[in-house]
Ligand binder design. Sequence first.
Ligand code: NAP
Length: 242
Amino acid sequence: MNKTAVVTGASSGIGEATARRLASEGFDVLIGARRTDRLEKIADQIGATWKRLDVTDASSVTAFADGIGPLHLLVNNAGGAKGFAALAEIPDDDWDWMYEANVVGLARVTRAFLPAIERSGDGHIINVGSIAGIETYEGGAAYTAAKHAVTAITETLRLELLGKPIRVTEVQPGLVETEFSLVRFDGDAARAAKVYEGMTPLTADDVADCIVWAATRPSHVNIDTIVVKPRDQARATKVHRS
Ligand code: NAP
C-alpha cells in the first residue's frame, strides 16, 4: 500500500512543488488551499486528491481532516508574509494574518491530523519555517516573530512526541522565487520582482527536494532542521546582486 501525505498551501510555490514530488515518489497525496481552481488542476495532473482548506478557519480544517485514514506525512506549508512595515506601523490586520496563517493555522492543522499520523505507525510532520525563524530584519517583525513561533512549535512537538513513531522536521528556506513576494506586496509585481533582481534565488522545486529528502530517510532517522539558502544569500538581508 502507498504511503499517504497531506500538503497544505499546495495551490502554488513550495507546496505545489512538494505535492508534485511526493506524487512522483509514490505517495497518495491530499492537497489543500483556498484557491480550488488551482488545486483541481494540480490534482488532476498528479493524481492527487484535493479539498478546499483555509488554515485560519477551524471549521475548514475540521472538514479538511474529516475521514482521513492513517497518515504518514503532513507537510505544514501554508503561510506567507504581509507587508514590510516597521514595527511602529504594522497594522493589527497584518499581525493577525501572519499569526493566523503561519502559527495558529499550522498548530490547528497539526492537531487535526495527529491521531491519523500516530495511527500510521510511521508518521512524519514537516513544517515549512524560514530563515526568518532564525534571524530578524527591519520591516520583518511580524513575519520573523511568526516564523520564530513555527520553530518553537516544531521543537515542542519533537519533545512532546518523543517515544511515539512520529518524526518532526523543520525546513527553513531563504529566498525562494514563488508568489510569496507578490502576496507580501499585495499584488505589486514590480516590487515583488525587485526582491530577486540580480541574484539567483531558490526555486520551489529546490525546497521540495529538501522536504522529500527528509521524508524519504529511513524511519529511525529524524532530520531536525534543514536551512537552505541560495548561494547568493548569506543572511536574510545580505544578498549578492550583480
Ligand atoms: P506562495 O507561492 O505564496 O504559496 C503560499 C501557499 O500558502 C499558497 O498555496 C496559498 O494558497 C497557501 N495559503 C496561504 N494562506 C492560506 C490559508 N489561510 N489557508 C490555506 N492555505 C493558505 O509562497 P511560498 O513561497 O510557496 O510559501 C510557502 C511557505 O514557504 C510559506 O509558509 C512561506 O512563509 C514559506 N517560505 C517562503 C519563502 C520564500 O522566499 N518564498 C522563504 C521561506 C519560507 P491559497 O492562497 O490558494 O490559499
